[in-house]
Design a protein around this ligand. Structure first.
Ligand SMILES: CC(C)(COP(=O)(O)OP(=O)(O)OC[C@H]1O[C@@H](n2cnc3c(N)ncnc32)[C@H](O)[C@@H]1OP(=O)(O)O)[C@@H](O)C(=O)NCCC(=O)NCCS
Length: 167
């Protein structure tokens, strides 16, 4: 992923299996236990699952009609079951963080769920993940529970998960 300026356009589209390799590469940048292309395709194939991908569209910088490659920025994967949903994962590539991409992905998820009549949205987040917890709090999530030593880390002790719900 190339460096991005703060004003670059951010588009959000459906994450289909065709983007699984792109999503797997992004996932690697965010987690110790990352999901490969096959795992992401399997998750997308579960009934009620959907994903969104954020990217900056390639521009015609030279003015010769040749577009540069699109730049993938991040994605989110969601599982709905009846009128509830859970964030399976969300990640934004390191170069694109703190530019509103994660928030844009989550806001698109909320809009989609609202249209589907899904009112309850839950997620789990490592209790030491300050960036993600701040994002979720900003969007109206609050802690409703804690799973002790839920996440394994490459180094160091296991970490609790906070269970958060958008109230
Ligand atoms: C969590 C993550 C998705 C946030 O994505 P992002 O695009 O950087 O977040 P945004 O720029 O949209 O930030 C929106 C708000 O979240 C909060 N936030 C995001 N990153 C933050 C940080 N590093 N420190 C403090 N607050 C932060 C802020 O309130 C921010 O609003 P502000 O910029 O107006 O202050 C990103 O850090 C990431 O991919 N982390 C690795 C993977 C991960 O931990 N995923 C979550 C698993 S539960």
């Amino acid at each position: 992923m190339t460096a991005q300026d703060d004003t670059a356009q951010v588009d959000v589209i459906a994450l289909t299996p065709a983007f699984a390799a792109v999503a797997a590469a992004l996932h690697q940048t965010g987690f110790d236990e990352c999901w490969d292309e096959n795992a992401l395709c399997d998750l997308l194939a579960v009934p009620g699952a959907f994903g969104l991908l954020a990217f900056t569209p390639g521009l015609d910088q030279q003015g010769d009609g040749v577009l540069e490659d699109d730049i993938p920025l991040g994605f989110v994967l969601v599982q709905t079951v009846l009128d509830e949903a859970e964030i399976n994962t969300i990640v934004v590539g390191p170069q694109a963080r703190r530019r509103g991409v994660g928030q844009a992905l989550m806001e698109n998820v909320l809009l989609y769920l609202q249209k589907q009549g899904v009112n309850r949205l839950l997620l789990e987040v490592a209790c030491d993940n300050e960036a993600a917890i701040a994002l979720y709090r900003k969007l109206g999530f609050a802690e409703i529970g804690r799973r002790r030593e839920y996440y394994r880390r490459k180094a160091g002790p296991r970490v609790d998960a906070l269970v958060m719900e958008r109230l």
